[in-house]
Ligand binder design. Structure first.
Ligand code: G3P
Ligand code: MG
Length: 416
């Protein structure tokens, strides 16, 4: 059953479009693929319509996750088509020397962080192996991969890459570090001192959909537990903790995703139309450059919703290049849809719309307002196959559909 909301612009004009697929609750339920996922992706491949996967999940390198996804979906997914919750943090590896990474199985997240270029990466199991008394309710023996944490180790930043498997140990360690003197493990901050070690949560999902009937607690629930506990310490009020929240629905993440889609389109156009001139700095710019965590999406230790920041100005490189004298600039999108690309082309000419197919209004729909720039708009299609159920607030999708195939069919019909 498809329900088209009143939010679809009346003066709609077909143009070049792409898809961004959420994973949990859309393509997969836990380890099980949705029955129509392969058909939906195959339809896009047959019609040469570009897409990426944009998930708040993580815990593996993009290459390893793509191998797993390709086998589960029985459809080839390349690392250039996957953005996980922690993918954009690559650009922060040069900013922090020694970090703590929380979440995922075993030491997978340490390996992901080292693959991003972070130099000294500790995980909670290292602190537990160094002194098991750190977490009196963690009962498993310290794993053999654990490393020793020298006394006086200073943690420069903390990243929660994925949901921790041992909440007791991870919460204890996070609160220890929040209370420490500038991230030096084993110390307590002087009364009245200000500031604390920066913490990045790579997603704020309260719940997500696996095979269980009802949604399961996600990284946003873990974050709420950490803040609720830290709030109980007197110093929390004089020195409020602040965290940076990444992942959907932050504008940084959708902006990063739009960059990746444009990069993929440029790469494809370069293959098929080598004569085209490209706005070099745009073609060259790594998607990571589009990701500069802004303090405006940071939040205080109170459990506040992601700060609704004003739509940030588009990155300078994506503002349409001035049309050189003598060249007619395309006046409407419809003209660009079937005309040869204008030189030098701009994002307006290669990507008018991105359909975000999601199951969780609080991460996949709510962030889409005003997130596109320089001629690209993002439209949400909400599916009934994951977290969302009527009568919960759908939070501004263009349409509500049963599943991922119905979403692809509706969007392709819409673009006729
Ligand atoms: O941990 C994954 C969960 O938070 C949601 O993942 O794919 O629905 O964004 P996804
Ligand atoms: Mg989901």
């Amino acid at each position: 059953r498809t329900y088209v909301t009143g939010l679809r612009p009346k003066k709609f004009r077909p143009g070049r479009f792409a898809f961004a697929f959420d994973i949990d609750g859309v393509l997969l339920r836990g380890s099980e693929p949705h029955p129509s996922a392969n058909k939906a992706l195959t339809k896009l491949q047959e019609n040469d319509i570009p897409f990426i996967l944009l998930t708040n999940g993580g815990g593996l390198s993009e290459a390893a996750r793509c191998e797993d996804l390709s086998s589960k979906l029985d459809f080839p997914i390349a690392p250039s088509q996957l953005i996980q919750s922690h993918t954009p943090t690559k650009s922060l590896a040069k900013d922090y020397e020694t970090i703590l990474v929380i979440g995922g199985e075993g030491e997978n997240c340490r390996q992901v962080a080292e693959g991003y270029g972070f130099k000294n990466v500790f995980i909670p199991d290292d602190f537990y192996a160094t002194d098991p008394n750190i977490s009196p309710f963690s009962t498993s023996p310290p794993p053999i991969y654990a490393r020793n944490v020298p006394k006086g180790t200073k943690i420069d930043a903390i990243f929660v890459f994925n949901d921790p498997r041992d909440w007791a140990l991870s919460i204890q360690l996070l609160v220890d570090l929040l209370r420490s003197a500038d991230g030096v493990y084993g110390t307590l901050a002087e009364p009245g001192s200000k500031g604390h070690v920066p913490i990045f949560f790579t997603n704020n999902d309260l719940v997500w959909a696996n095979q269980y009937d009802t949604p399961r607690l996600g990284q946003g629930a873990f974050r709420a537990a950490v803040w609720a506990i830290f709030q109980r310490f007197p110093e929390a009020h004089k020195n409020p903790a602040r965290s940076q929240i990444l992942g959907k629905p932050t504008h940084e993440t959708f902006r990063y995703a739009q960059k990746l889609l444009i990069q993929n389109l440029i790469a494809k156009l370069k293959e098929t139309s080598p004569e085209l001139e490209f706005n070099e700095e745009m073609a060259a710019l790594e998607p990571a450059e589009a990701f500069k965590p802004s303090s405006s999406s940071a939040d205080t230790s109170a459990d506040t919703a992601v700060a609704e920041e004003a739509t940030p100005p588009p990155p300078a490189d994506l503002i349409p290049a001035a049309t050189p004298a003598g060249e007619s600039s395309p006046s409407t999108e419809a003209e660009t849809a079937n005309q040869p690309l204008q030189r030098p082309f701009t994002t307006r000419s290669i990507l008018q719309r991105v359909y975000m197919i999601g199951d969780n209004p609080d991460s996949d729909m709510i962030g889409l307002k005003g997130v596109g720039w320089s001629g690209t708009t993002w439209w949400g299609l909400l599916v009934r196959s994951g977290v969302w159920r009527e009568p919960q607030a759908p939070k501004y999708p263009i349409a509500i559909v049963d599943d991922v195939l119905a979403a692809v069919d509706w969007a392709m019909e819409n673009e006729q």
